[in-house]
Write a protein that binds this ligand. Structure first.
Ligand code: FAD
Length: 518
């Protein structure tokens, strides 16, 4: 191993491996600068789920150079404008949205305060503050064909076929970005006396490198098995540790395609429902301590039948995936960093796994040490940043549970047990009783969820902030401003309803013609 860092070896060919290799190879000259090799087992399958992304995926794909049309057709991708939650408050048909678009005039005026003081009557919070609510309800796309690649009218991420996405990334990384691909099984790890990895033993010979990225999935071959970095369990906070996943066809070939992930609560967890172009990806996330597999299967079967798949679970061949909710005590050790499932995993309630892959890979590309002597400092910074990001994600996911009023089963009641709620969230909840979250609250470069996200979940779940706007000198002017912003939202909603195409129609046209060029 040389002292300079010229060769990066990525272990694992799932979404994490190929995204990381692509992001690195898009940053560096892989012919004359830094060589990137990806090793993938021919026999160990990828996890094959992970179908919801954040809007960040648009800039990632733009950066690595895949046209949006190619991505949409190759991955059967659809546009995700947020999440629609059903049954989280009382276990019935009640719903709320967490859309990706910020409330209108977000940095000008905190509309949450005015909504809380009753200025918008009975309008649901999301409906009062963003036209995206109406667009999602109407099943419309977030843009028109004339809007260039990856640009938007309303903010969006994607739903995608995970296996097809890994294949698209592989072809692009190998053929366009110069990533060296080795199909072989890693059987051993060779490290120096100081602990740095020097090479990987594989069934087709050793592969040496200067820096190693562990994208080996739940196996966590480098950071877990080799470096023995423990997993920091989050099971006491987020109980879910299992998932049953199925793929089902639409009831009709031309069915409308949902433009949000649907997250529907059940007695021991929740169902996800993701609409791709040709099929739905559906599953039940659950806590094995609160629900037997049999009863979750029955609930999933009933969900499939009532949402249009008459074949039920028998015809859908469910796959059980078990996981330990948690993340590594550190992600970067010596000359190795873990990205993807090897770094940790918690339930996919806000689809936070792929965005962490994007952020980790981008940070690695930005800060890649050119010399082994730089490693210690960069590793420390990376570990602090991503430990903070995980902690924020866990708090935010827990927020979805602590506001529930469900009393029908232990799962929901125990989620409200004070001992299961992180201290940081408890103190924020106290503050939010008298003050609505706003964008000025946190000035962190590593912020995962903007204050708007907290607002959508809090007020979607019926939380009440007691605000007294009358004490403000400019109360009347602020009230007028709030009313006029909310009117603008309703006008925009009408205008968009008249101009935006149906979601399926846009996807079909985009797959053939593509979007306007930038
Ligand atoms: C039920 C469920 C739902 C999810 N939903 C979402 C979602 O909606 N949004 C989201 O962002 N994320 C989601 N995720 C997470 C997402 O699936 C993963 O983050 C993503 O797929 C990345 O996985 P990976 O590449 O780390 O691991 P994997 O896909 O498991 O890939 C591991 C790779 O390592 C290779 N490998 C392993 N051992 C060896 C060896 N000895 N030698 C060589 N190669 C080896 C394998 O061959 C494979 O290529 C979900 C996860 C689960 C479990």
């Amino acid at each position: 191993m040389s002292q300079s860092i010229d060769h990066i070896v990525v272990l694992g060919g799932g979404t994490a491996g190929w995204l990381t290799a692509s992001i690195l190879a898009a940053e560096f000259d892989t012919q004359a600068g830094i060589k990137v090799t990806l090793i993938e087992s021919p026999s160990t399958p990828t996890i094959g789920v992970g179908e919801g992304t954040w809007p960040s995926m648009r800039s990632t794909l733009l950066k690595i150079g895949i046209p949006e049309k190619d991505f949409i057709s190759a991955c059967s991708a659809t546009m995700k404008q947020g999440t629609l939650f059903t049954g989280w408050l009382r276990g019935g048909e009640e719903t709320y949205y967490h859309p990706f678009t910020l409330p209108h005039g977000f940095t000008e005026l905190n509309l949450a305060e005015h909504w809380s003081s009753g200025a918008f009557g009975q309008l649901p919070f999301a409906s009062a503050v963003t036209p995206q609510f109406a667009v999602c309800e109407a099943g419309l796309a977030p843009k028109q064909l004339q809007v260039p690649d990856y640009a938007f009218t309303l903010n969006y991420g994607y739903h995608l076929d995970a296996a097809k996405f890994a294949e698209l990334l592989r072809n692009h990384a190998v053929n366009r970005l110069g990533v060296h691909h080795v199909l072989t099984d890693v059987t051993g790890i060779n490290a120096s006396a100081e602990g740095a990895i020097q090479s990987l033993t594989t069934t087709s010979g050793p592969v040496a490198g200067d820096f190693f990225v562990d994208c080996s999935g739940f196996r966590s071959l480098l950071i877990g098995e080799h470096y023995q970095v423990p997993l920091r369990s989050q099971r006491d906070i987020l109980f879910n540790d299992s998932a049953l996943a199925v793929q089902v066809p639409y009831d009709e070939a031309q069915s409308s395609i949902a433009t949000t992930t649907r997250a529907t609560a059940h007695q021991a967890g929740w169902f996800w429902d993701i609409g791709l172009q040709h099929r739905r990806g559906v599953g039940a996330v659950f806590s094995s301590a609160h629900g037997e597999r049999d009863s979750v299967e029955r609930a999933l079967d009933a969900y499939l039948r009532r949402t249009g798949y008459t074949g039920g679970l028998d015809e859908a061949s469910p796959r059980l995936i078990e996981f330990s909710p948690g993340y590594r005590e550190s992600f970067w050790q010596q000359n190795c960093v873990a990205i993807g499932l090897s770094a940790g995993f918690i339930e996919p309630l806000e689809a936070s796994a792929l965005v962490l892959v994007e952020l980790s890979a981008r940070r690695l590309a930005e800060q890649l040490p050119r010399h082994q002597a730089q490693l210690g400092h960069i590793a420390e910074r990376f570990n602090a940043e991503f430990t903070g990001r995980w902690a924020q994600i866990i708090e935010f996911l827990k927020l979805h549970y602590v506001l529930s009023q469900r009393d029908d089963c232990d799962y929901w009641k125990q989620h409200r047990d004070r001992s299961s709620i992180p201290e940081g969230l408890l103190s924020k909840l106290e503050e939010w009783q008298y003050r609505c979250p706003w964008h000025q609250d946190e000035h962190r470069v590593d912020e995962m969820f903007p204050a708007a996200s907290y607002q959508y979940v809090l007020y979607g779940m019926g939380f009440r902030t007691e605000v007294d706007l009358s004490v403000r000198r400019n109360a009347a002017a602020q009230h007028q401003k709030a009313i006029s912003l909310s009117h603008e939202v309703q006008q925009q909603a009408q205008k968009l309803a008249a101009h935006l195409p149906a979601h399926r129609q846009l996807l079909e046209e985009a797959s053939v013609r593509g979007f306007a060029t930038r």
